[in-house]
Design a protein around this ligand. Sequence first.
Ligand SMILES: [Cu+2]
Length: 72
Amino acid sequence: MTTVTYSVPAIHCGHCTHTIEMEVGELQGIQSVKADQTTRKVEITFDAPASEDKIKALLAEIDYPVEGLINL
Ligand SMILES: [Cu+2]
């Protein structure tokens, strides 16, 4: 199991966090998604078949591109 925290500057309100949690949560292998509208960070815990590449691709697709990895 892997946990990553991404910086997603496009988050600006509760609707954004809800959309991210719903969309990312639908990927296979995702264990949990927590998006924070104050810090504009998204913490995701996942197992295969989910991967960082797939998560980042999805976030870019729904217009919440990842700007950076906060920690590992
Ligand atoms: Cu919003």
